[in-house]
Write a protein that binds this ligand. Structure first.
Ligand code: DGL
Length: 269
């Protein structure tokens, strides 16, 4: 029998290692909580696949996390899956609190002086109805230059530094001139949870004055608010982190060690 009530873990998932950028923020915000992380590496990447594939994978993983781990809340730590599937899983699990992630356009509005903001995300995220609505609601406040970044999540997953740098160079050039002068792009939204792992490469390319903005901290704060409202913050026990992958465990192993100092063994799902 699993743990009961508020001691149950929080489920977190992504197509691969990207969601670790969210898990990192969640651990900082909620150090007492336990987490079960699923990397769907056997069915990745999501960002250049059709919605039906992403919806089906999200449904399978949500059911698994509930049945096998009794998660008390689910964080969809993937912009692509949130855009394609969050409505479906919310309707299938009305009793489960679910937190999603969307490109951090609103936080970028707070930091941008030039009102020209770059957005890097997967092709699917940018094409989604959910993103189009978000963009439409904010487009009177700034100009957002959106760039689909085919192959970048896969290069990050493969830890291929040369490819990561080449793709970051190509995509940031396509967005335009970065800088803090009028007419330049002064803020860049990392609208895929993999991209924070290319943070240093991007910052070196764009210069220190350009703001790189991801959704880790806002998602973690929202998770805290939702747990608090449901009276489900844990008040006891030793936090545990469980990492699982549906395909190769290699990338997850390396990334968990490097980014979260988690020398965990990974179970295969
Ligand atoms: N990390 C995912 C996101 O936030 C997608 C990566 C992929 O294409 O699988 O959109």
């Amino acid at each position: 029998m699993g743990p009961s009530g508020s001691a149950r873990p929080i489920g977190v998932f992504d197509s691969g290692i990207g969601g670790l950028s969210i898990l990192k923020a969640l651990r900082d915000e909620l150090p007492q909580e336990s987490f079960v992380y699923v990397a769907d590496s056997g069915h990745a990447p999501y960002g250049e696949r059709d919605d039906a594939h992403v919806i089906e994978r999200t449904r399978v993983i949500a059911r698994h996390l509930r049945a096998q781990h009794q998660v008390k809340l689910l964080v969809v730590a993937c912009n692509t899956a949130t855009a394609a599937a969050i409505q479906t899983i919310r309707s299938e699990h009305p009793d489960l609190p679910i937190v999603g992630v969307e490109p951090a356009l609103k936080p970028a509005l707070l930091s941008s002086q030039t009102r020209r903001i770059g957005v890097m995300a997967t092709r699917s995220t940018l094409a989604s109805e959910k993103f189009r609505m978000l963009l439409a609601s904010l487009s009177s406040q700034a100009e957002f230059i959106c760039q689909p970044c085919d192959g970048l999540a896969a290069a990050i997953e493969q830890d291929n530094a040369i490819k990561i740098e080449a793709l970051c160079t190509e995509y940031t050039r396509a967005i335009g001139q970065f800088g803090t002068e009028t007419g330049q792009v002064d803020s860049l939204v990392l609208g895929c949870t993999h991209y924070p792992f290319a943070h240093d490469t991007l910052q070196a390319l764009l210069g220190p004055q350009v703001q790189l903005i991801d959704a880790g901290a806002p998602v973690a704060r929202q998770t805290r608010r939702v747990l608090q409202a449901a009276n489900m913050l844990t008040d006891s026990g030793t936090p545990a982190i469980t990492l699982c992958a549906t395909g190769s465990t290699q990338a997850l192993q390396v990334a968990a060690q490097r980014w979260l100092s988690l020398g965990k063994s990974i179970s295969l799902l």
